[in-house]
Design a protein around this ligand. Structure first.
Ligand SMILES: [Zn+2]
Ligand SMILES: [Zn+2]
Length: 241
């Protein structure tokens, strides 16, 4: 587990032939009111729980897991983690909470070919990704958790119920798979994705002052240049119509 800044640390994803999302742990450890952001790929839960224990965090201090979105590489090991941290609630945007509760896995897998491949690879059963969601997020709410305030921003486009978390005092943005380092953005060809919504979401994020960018994959950036997201949006604009 790596320290990012006060109240934020992260466990790097361990990509295989399918990526495994990073997990961020947010909140002041002294508050014992910590949140995990995302879980990761199927089979990638154990090392993350181990990293949390090794960092001296009691699993019971983790009160919730907040999903930036519910693709397999983010939610695949949710059940594995919750087995070790049974008290943790699940929070997700309402547009992905609804299908999760109904066992509608179209967002989880994104496309039929991928579903078939993953079900075979991991021995996953249809309906395995059915979860009760304890809090449905809408976007616009301020979450006072772990002694910090995080604004929820609905950023559809990569998936219908994608959210970003933004901590204004330290200008920290956790955008899921919408924008990455190196001027990269998330794919927009999967179920529930929409290129023009992705463009609007990037424009929305471009309005924020961001110093620390903590995406779902690849490098994290702790000294983001001013205008980075708007430049990324501009670069991708012609493809996002
Ligand atoms: Zn994704
Ligand atoms: Zn991802």
């Amino acid at each position: 587990m790596a320290h990012v800044t006060e109240g934020v640390s992260f466990i790097s994803g361990q990509d295989e032939f399918i990526p495994d999302s990073h997990v961020y742990i947010i909140g002041d450890p002294a508050s014992k009111d910590l949140s995990l952001i995302d879980a990761g790929l199927t089979g990638k839960g154990a090392y993350k729980v181990q990293a949390i224990r090794q960092a001296g965090i009691e699993p019971s201090a983790i009160k919730r897991i907040i999903m930036t979105h519910t693709h397999l590489d983010h939610i695949g090991c949710l059940a594995e983690i919750r087995e070790q941290i049974p008290g943790a609630e699940l929070w997700a945007h309402k547009e992905e909470a609804e299908p999760l509760e109904q066992g509608d896995e179209r967002t989880v897998y994104g496309m039929d070919m991928f579903r078939e491949m993953c079900q075979m690879q991991y021995g996953l059963k249809p309906g395995q990704f059915t979860f009760q969601v304890q809090r449905r997020l809408e976007g616009g709410e301020g979450l006072d958790i772990g002694g910090m305030t995080w604004e929820v921003i609905h950023i559809p486009g990569h998936s219908a119920g994608g959210i970003a978390l933004y901590h204004l005092p330290k200008k920290i943005l956790i955008p899921g798979d919408v924008v990455y380092a190196d001027y990269a953005i998330g794919r927009f060809d999967l179920f529930g994705a929409d290129a023009s919504e992705l463009k609007n979401s990037l424009m929305r994020l471009a309005e924020l002052e961001v110093d620390i960018l903590l995406p779902g994959h690849n490098q994290i950036v702790t000294n983001l240049p001013a205008g980075y997201i708007s430049q990324t949006a501009k670069q991708w604009g012609p493809y996002l119509t």
